[in-house]
Design a protein around this ligand. Structure first.
Ligand SMILES: Nc1ncnc2c1ncn2[C@@H]1O[C@H](COP(=O)(O)OP(=O)(O)OP(=O)(O)O)[C@@H](O)[C@H]1O
Ligand SMILES: O=C(O)[C@H](O)[C@@H](O)[C@H](O)[C@H](O)CO
Length: 181
């Protein structure tokens, strides 16, 4: 495969409950990159809709995805780094997030519905109802290799997942600016 720019932004993606916020925060600490939760870019109406148990539509998601893309572009254009948790469920959503950049990479948290449902059943104090998990899986279009994605299984400890991402981000011994994909 070709080479791409070393990333200035990582988007940790996957369905609700796959561990995006948890893994992205831990990855941010390890890399020394600022972490942002994509949920904080939702308009209040989107959060209320999800809280009420209704899945978002494409129309609900475009402004949210564009707000996240604005933030990524701002940080990267200033020479900074950011790691952001965002479900990014469809190919078209990922296109909106990327805006054609080759210095942004996705990290896909892959797991079964059973494992994620189990984790959501124990999660406290979050607006997203576990009942929306089926619609999240129905909407998910898993990323393909050509999308410059690092895929990791969530059936591991957070530390092991972070180790796996870092290994794939920086092939051993690589000190160059460009990274193989
Ligand atoms: N690797 C892991 N092992 C065990 N538990 C985990 C792991 N990753 C996340 N969890 C737990 O699973 C639950 C879901 O994780 P988290 O809230 O980070 O998911 P999320 O993808 O950000 O969800 P949402 O999109 O709904 O905000 C949390 O209770 C978290 O502590
Ligand atoms: O695309 C979506 O359906 C939503 O954005 C959700 O994924 C939430 O943001 C998040 O997962 C809940 O915390």
């Amino acid at each position: 495969m070709g080479r791409v720019e070393a990333p200035c932004a990582l988007i940790v993606m996957g369905v609700s409950g796959s561990g995006k916020s948890t893994v992205a925060e831990a990855l941010g600490e390890r890399l020394g990159w600022r972490f942002e939760d994509g949920d904080s870019f939702h308009p209040a109406s989107n959060v209320e809709k999800m809280r009420a148990g209704h899945p978002l539509t494409d129309e609900d998601r475009w402004p949210w995805l564009n707000a996240i893309a604005d933030e990524i572009a701002r940080v990267c254009n200033e020479g900074g780094h950011i790691i952001i948790a965002c479900s990014a469920l469809k190919h078209t959503y990922r296109d909106v997030l990327l805006r054609g950049r080759d210095d942004v990479r996705f990290v896909f948290l892959k797991g079964t519905k059973e494992l994620i449902a189990e984790r959501l059943a124990h999660r406290k104090g979050h607006f997203m109802p576990p009942g929306l998990l089926t619609s999240q899986f129905d909407t998910l279009e898993p990323p393909e290799a050509g999308e410059h994605v690092i895929t990791v299984s969530i059936d591991e400890t957070v530390e092991a997942i972070v180790d796996g991402v870092i290994r794939q981000l920086k092939p051993s011994g690589a000190k160059r600016r460009d990274l193989e994909t």
